[in-house]
Design a protein around this ligand. Structure first.
Ligand code: SAH
Length: 275
């Protein structure tokens, strides 16, 4: 990828703009230059985006539709879009390492996340998985041992989904290995070092038919998790790895890109049986 990663400017989070409407003050904007470098910023009326080739006046964008072009004083052109969830996840401020869009998308379907689902998520980290779960309409109960990460995750959720989403996002600063307090869970989503230590707690809180999904960077973690699922009450356990290869398509030059991300993690999922 030739994208340059930049953190979004902080500032007050405002609700995401409505699709089809022109840009408004306080919104997140993704500015993309001709070389596909992108910058995530908040639109400040009366203010400027400081690009490598000089200032871009935010007022030039106010009220205009997505895809509009703006120019810096130095003549560089940028197209402006509202960031997608993927754009935001790769550029947002991080505490812990995030799960990337390549895995977030499949995780939503493997765990069959639906609006209204009660989901226990641990650890919360930077909130990338939280964002995906909340975007799909779930109510998320997050267990995170580090207070600074929990605060970062909450801020990221507020920045992208707006303050309203926080009413469905409940983070507790606690160790998930000690147990789960939340009852009537539909789903459990794990991204922590020893997910097998959560399996017995998850079995006690998930409804029959409920799903557990875990992301593990190492296959040794995946096998240890599978062994704990074997001890029941679980069915349909499976582990997958998602490979994504991008292509270079320019006229006659049509081939896979030279570089790809060869490994991120393994996704293991299983369903809770009645006891
Ligand atoms: N899925 C997250 C990243 C999680 S990183 C994202 O997409 O942004 C793993 C997180 O698990 C770290 O923040 C770490 O502090 C937390 N963690 C590790 N052990 C834990 C435990 N026993 N209970 C709760 N959180 C834990």
């Amino acid at each position: 990828m030739s994208q340059q990663s930049e953190n979004p400017a902080g500032g007050e989070a405002s609700a995401p703009g409505a699709d089809g409407e022109g840009f408004g003050g306080g919104e997140l904007v993704l500015l993309v230059d001709r070389k596909n470098r992108s910058y995530l910023r908040r639109l400040e009326p009366g203010g400027f985006f400081h690009s490598h080739s000089g200032l871009v006046a935010w007022d030039d964008l106010l009220g205009r539709p997505e895809g509009s072009e703006v120019r810096s004083i130095g003549g560089t052109r940028f197209q402006a879009f509202r960031p997608t969830l993927s754009d935001f996840v790769v550029k947002m401020k991080r505490g812990a390492q995030v799960i990337y869009p390549k895995d977030l998308g499949p995780m939503l379907l493997l765990a069959d996340i639906a609006p209204g689902h009660r989901v226990l998520e641990s650890g919360v980290g930077s909130g990338a998985l939280s964002l995906a779960l909340l975007r799909a309409g779930a109510e998320v109960f997050g267990y995170e041992i580090r207070g600074d990460f929990a605060r970062r995750a909450r801020k990221n959720v507020q920045e992208f989904l707006g303050t309203d989403a926080l009413s469905r996002y409940h983070i507790s600063e606690r160790d998930c290995y000690d147990g789960i307090d939340v009852e009537d869970l539909d789903r459990v989503a794990l991204d922590l070092p020893e997910p097998w230590r959560v399996v017995p707690h998850a079995a006690g809180r998930l409804r029959p038919g409920g799903l557990l999904i875990a992301y593990t960077p190492s296959v040794l973690q995946a096998t240890q998790l599978r062994e704990s699922l074997e001890r029941g009450p679980w069915a349909l356990a499976a582990t997958v790895e998602v490979l994504q290869r991008s292509w270079h398509i320019a006229g006659e030059a049509v081939r896979p890109d030279h570089r790809m991300i060869a490994h991120t993690g393994f996704l293991t999922h299983a369903r809770r049986l009645p006891t």
